[in-house]
Design a protein around this ligand. Structure first.
Ligand SMILES: [Zn+2]
Length: 451
């Protein structure tokens, strides 16, 4: 099923028309920033730049890149007021905090218009995945400071589907029988654990009423997706979202994530060359919220640096009929580690773990530590959870892992072959990984070289 459109006119707009709509909205957005955001008002004054000179995507390079650090420097206790807050208190509907890696939370304000705009983005994404009236979706994303679950729930109203707001993926399995849900929103690992729980109760996940899964919140390898699709017997769609307002989702074609271009402008940026990159080049995702006349925005961010990386896949019309650009699944830059000039990401490690032949022996749960051995050589130690620890074929699992993990383009393959990187595979019994003992969302791939 190709799925209905949420807003056909916008989603299938011709490229030229879409680009000029984006530029109109950009000019309105800059005007809004100057009138409502203390940070931008002062910036334009101080730098002697005329707001009317910002007309197109390239002109955005004149404005500063907004990092998490810059936001923290412009909010209490560093300043008296929230310099990025861009609406009156009477228009602020919710306040969110995102902690990031430094531990000091960034404040983020949302108006009701922001909520509606976020819901619209998710609504389009759900429709493009074939969701519609009559669907029932179990929401396993958490309802809290994280805006995703809440605005996805709001989006469901306009899509015409029902939401079962569990918030966690540990809900009782009777939910499947009682309400016959058709979709679940969760992470790869939560969905794998849920499948194992069902199997332990004698239920085959493929035999449940679920016919689509949405995975969001973190990047994953193609192999993890294929395995999840095999276990559940249905398609798995990737979504990418953040409190700051990126909401991109794969359509039924599973060929890149559509960016709702009229609602959020996405650039790919090279922080070293300080320029926007061409389609096909890998760089940081930089976002600019786009407002329509009359819309209010609680924390307007122009050139927000997500610290996630991607590549623009295509701006051509997709086979689903949508014209909005598609990007490759973003990866967290903080999850990339470098060994002698060659990078690898958590996703690369996952690609090694989830090789199909491995999955007859493994649960998919893993942890990896990059360390140095006694002579200073880099060693990636990978601990894998086994279904039966005593019946795991170490050599073939190691061989499969290396096939998925090592990459000729980033240089890790060469590094391994020349002896600059070792890989040490270890097997753990069920429930024995170190990460299971840690609270919160522990990192799966940890750099221990410095300590
Ligand atoms: Zn599409």
């Amino acid at each position: 099923m190709s799925g209905e459109y949420f807003n056909k006119d916008i989603e299938t707009m011709e490229r030229g028309e879409l680009d000029s709509l984006v530029e109109d909205k950009l000019r309105y957005t800059i005007d809004y920033a100057v009138k409502h955001s203390p940070f931008y008002r002062k910036w334009f004054e101080r730098n002697g730049v005329s707001p009317s000179s910002i007309q197109s995507h390239e002109d955005l390079l004149e404005l500063p890149l907004v990092s998490g650090e810059l936001i923290r420097k412009n909010q209490p206790p560093k300043t008296d007021d929230f310099q990025f807050m861009s609406a009156d208190w009477t228009d602020i509907y919710t306040i969110h905090e995102t902690s990031g890696t430094s531990g000091v939370p960034k404040s983020f304000f949302l108006t009701w218009h922001d909520w509606l705009r976020y819901a619209k983005k998710y609504g389009r994404s759900f429709c493009s995945q074939g969701f519609g009236p009559g669907d029932r979706m179990v929401m396993c994303a958490s309802y809290g400071m994280n805006i995703g679950a809440n605005t996805m729930t709001l989006a469901a109203r306009d899509v015409g589907m029902a939401v079962i707001p569990e918030g966690k993926c540990t809900f009782p399995t009777r939910i499947f029988e009682t309400y016959r849900p058709t979709g679940i929103v969760a992470s790869v690992f939560k969905l794998l654990r849920l499948a194992r729980r069902l199997k332990n109760e004698g239920i085959d996940p493929k035999e449940t009423s679920i016919n689509k899964l949405i995975v969001g919140g973190e990047s994953f390898a193609d192999q993890s997706r294929s395995y999840l699709e095999e276990v559940w017997g249905c398609p798995v769609y990737n979504t990418y979202g953040s409190t700051e307002g990126t909401m991109c989702g794969e359509c039924v074609e599973q060929n890149g994530l559509h960016v709702p271009e009229d609602l959020v402008h996405l650039d790919v940026y090279d922080p070293y060359r300080k320029e926007f990159l061409e389609d096909g080049e890998c760089g940081r995702i930089v976002l600019t919220t786009l407002l329509s006349p009359g819309e209010k925005c609680g924390s307007l961010l122009i050139n927000y640096d997500t610290e996630d990386t991607t590549v623009v896949h295509s701006r051509d019309k997709c086979a689903c009929g949508r014209t909005h650009m598609r990007i490759y699944a973003p990866e967290r830059e903080a999850e990339s580690l470098w060994v002698s000039g060659s990078p690898f990401n958590r996703v690369d490690v996952e690609q090694g773990v989830f090789q199909r032949e491995n999955m007859d022996h493994l649960t998919g749960e893993y942890e990896a530590f990059l360390d140095k051995n006694s002579v200073g050589k880099a060693v990636l130690k990978v601990n894998l959870e086994c279904l039966d620890e005593n019946n795991c074929d170490r050599d073939s699992i190691q061989e499969n892992f290396l096939k998925g993990f090592l990459n000729p383009y980033t240089g890790t393959l060469n590094l391994y072959e020349e002896g600059g990187l070792d890989v040490d595979i270890n097997f753990a019994g069920m429930g024995e990984l170190e990460i299971f003992k840690l609270k919160g969302r522990p990192k799966r791939v940890v750099d221990r070289r410095k300590t």
